[in-house]
Design a binder for this molecule. Structure first.
Ligand code: ZN
Length: 192
């Protein structure tokens, strides 16, 4: 496995819509190796997810995983390793929640993003199996963040209140306590 360099905001590939992966590609050893590299890179960087664009690849695949203790996001409920290929995401209902997000491609910046609290996600996994499953709460936010990447959208595009933007150390100092309390209430209500 190879740890790949992660591109930072400003690189044009982060603004491209990733293209669908064909069944033939999915089954190829090269693609399966790339998925392994994405997983290894996400884990090495301590991320909760990583999309192909973030390592300069325009295929429509992202990986998501949260195991605790998590250094970047200690308040997130665990998410088992999930490889989403050709994901299609739709909101369930109108309710949103302001999630404070960061991104491996946006060094040392966080901000509040309104995310749907429940989403339906359809995707193909790395074995070619189709999934159609709901995701809720903070986990729904993580899925929305990664699918946004595959559409060329950065979380900063969705920050409507720019006064919520902080560095990570300023978040810890001034905003973490209030956000974690709100996030824990959401998790208690939504179960994730
Ligand atoms: Zn990101």
């Amino acid at each position: 496995m190879t740890i790949l360099p992660i591109l930072e905001i400003g690189h044009p590939v982060l603004r491209q819509r990733a293209r669908e992966v064909t069944p033939e590609e999915l089954a190829s050893p090269e693609f399966q190796r790339f998925v392994d590299d994405l997983i290894a890179t996400m884990r090495a960087a301590g991320g909760a997810g990583l999309a192909a664009n973030q390592v300069g690849d325009t295929r429509r695949v992202a990986v998501i995983e949260v195991t605790q203790p998590h250094l970047r996001y200690p308040y997130k409920p665990p998410i088992p390793l999930t490889v989403i290929i050709n994901p299609v995401l739709t909101a369930i209902g109108d309710e949103t929640f302001a999630i404070n997000e960061g991104c491996l491609s946006v060094p040392d910046l966080r901000g509040d993003v309104d995310r749907a609290v429940s989403v339906r996600v359809r995707w193909t996994d790395r074995d070619g199996v189709e999934h159609d499953e709901p995701r809720h709460g903070l986990t729904a936010g993580t899925f929305q963040h990664e699918v946004d990447h595959l559409d060329g959208i950065m979380f900063l595009d969705r920050v409507t209140d720019t006064t919520t933007l902080t560095t990570w150390s300023q978040f810890d100092e001034h905003r973490r306590e209030a956000f974690v309390a709100r996030a824990q209430a959401l998790v208690a209500r939504m179960g994730s």
